[in-house]
Design a protein around this ligand. Sequence first.
Ligand code: F0G
Length: 392
Amino acid sequence: MVLKCIECGRKYDENDLRYRCECGGLLEVVTDLDRAEDVFDGKNVTLWKYKSWLSVKSRVSLNEGGTPLYKLKNLEKGFGVEIYAKNEGANPTGSFKDRGMTVGVSKALELGMDKVICASTGNTSASLAAYAARAGIKAYVLVPSGKIALGKLAQAIIYGARVVPVRGNFDDALRVVVEASAKLGVYMLNSINPFRLEGQKTIALEIYDQLGFVPDNIVLPVGNAGNISAIWKGFKELYEKGITEKLPRMVGIQAEGASPLVRAWKTGEKFKPIEKPETVATAIRIGNPANWPKAWRAVKESGGLFESVSDEEILQAQQLLASKEGLFVEPASAASLAGLIKLLEIGEVDRSESYVLITTGHGLKDPNVVLNRFTLPEPIEPTLDAFKEVIR
Ligand code: F0G
């Protein structure tokens, strides 16, 4: 397999230690589709079932992937459309990042690297820390000071990563990480690293494997814009291999306060970063998504779209998923449902089509968002009478 620049087409050996082309363009792994096996029988779904589609051998694994795909029956009744959720919170560290890290950290070992690094809004750092621990190598994670969800921070700390808070946001932290990886000999595992996206493309393979068909639309939150690019790559490879006959539309949802792609999409202006991104969905509080050119292509080629949602819409969708479907996801993940609801309301999407939401991270990652919105009632006396009063 080789790495290929998505801008100029230049090719590099897959073991070249580089993250971008000479021309500055993003790189992608060219999958050897002759090697890729048709294993799509709906059974025993796990990430490494698709190893013939991946560019590394499984070495560092915590049994990632094989996440449930739920049909959201109660929401379907309410909204009158076919809706599924691919629940990525069920991964070992509670987010889809584990798919990228099992492949990415395996690649680090293949390349002989013993130090790995990432910038993160939280989940990437938790996941990198866990896989580095499993591999017995050192992890450095740079996170926006004070702006990362409690659970994610706890994870990164206990897995033993060196957690470095940065005075600034994700975009600032990523700038430092890119420089550090170039100059200090540490392997970067942000999603600019094309091997990360190889792992994450298995979301597409699993959706097809589990459903037995390609849904009309994939709706997901967009932050650094890696996942939408990865999932599109997965569906395209299934199609190019001749296993599927259809491609889904990719629908990317950003939070209003952090929506540079939506702005460019709607105004037709050139992509421009947002200086001070803000949103309650801290996972996607990103103003300058590094993978934006790949994400743009995914949405363009697939005939999809970008849309933004407000923090209030995100929190309402989070509550809906939990209270109607028993699915507790973090705010960024709920942006997918919030986006679908908005698009249904404004008539931008077709009610006769099917929608798969990617719920990217577990709700327990960020319990404060819930606890800040709801208050418990006063305690009751420990008597039946007191309880009877409550339920009267
Ligand atoms: N949902 C969650 C829960 C995330 O943690 C992220 C990204 C996204 C969606 C967006 O995915 O970046 O591929 O477009 N989190 C990164 C992190 C940035 O550092 O954990 P993306």
